[in-house]
Design a protein around this ligand. Sequence first.
Ligand code: ADP
Length: 252
Amino acid sequence: MVPDKKETANSSESIHEEQIQQLVALGRLAGTVAHELNNPLDGILRYLNLAIRVIEQGEANKALDYLQQSRDGLMRMVRITRQLLTYTRSLKASPETATLDEILNQALRIIQPIGGDIEIVLDRQLDGTARYPAAGLTQVFINLIKNAVDAMSGRGRLTITIHADQDNLTVAFRDSGPGFAPEDSEKLFQPFYTTKPDGHGTGLGLAICRDLIEKLKGHIIATNNPDGGSTFTVQLPYVNTSGQERGVVDHE
Ligand code: ADP
């Protein structure tokens, strides 16, 4: 069938619109990343200058603290660039696909040993046919498990549930940590938002998770549990191996 001219124009307009939005988002992210890298960079330069000055004045023993501060700044930059590199690699990664169950197993394998007194409970109502790009989703699951483990500070329970319904597959990560301030439920997903102590968080994990999930036309949200802790829920549209809509649900 020959497409209606108006329809063709509309769809190319909306593709154009989407590309513009992506560029705007990219520009914004580039600005934020440059800012976040520039802060430690300024500090490193200042501390190195101080170290040089005290060494020139023959007080080399005072340089140690300045050099340590410089190293801390560099470590922060390394963490940020490493996380961004893992993200861009997972975007470019091979189009290898796997079921959610396989991807979750892989994420759990990579993250072991977790240590501490943390119990992980798996509750899977599986659909064996839906397949998703493995690299990006493995990264999402690793981030969510790591965050839950961090939140529980060495003691607690993480329950991971996979649930299939007519249109979606849902993976929920429910922890027994302290939860978060309810007004921050969206802020958590902003790049560089972190409440972790210096030297631990970059604030990029959840922003990257949301981006990867939205690229798969899914959603990710954070909620506090009524009985304490929080739940991060990933919802993905159901697709079978041939990329078609869901038919019959085969629960295991
Ligand atoms: P980072 O882990 O580097 O801080 P993220 O983007 O992964 O960056 O997380 C941002 C913030 O969201 C965390 O610093 C923390 O405040 C909050 N957060 C993430 N996961 C949880 C969780 N399971 N429970 C409570 N707060 C969380």
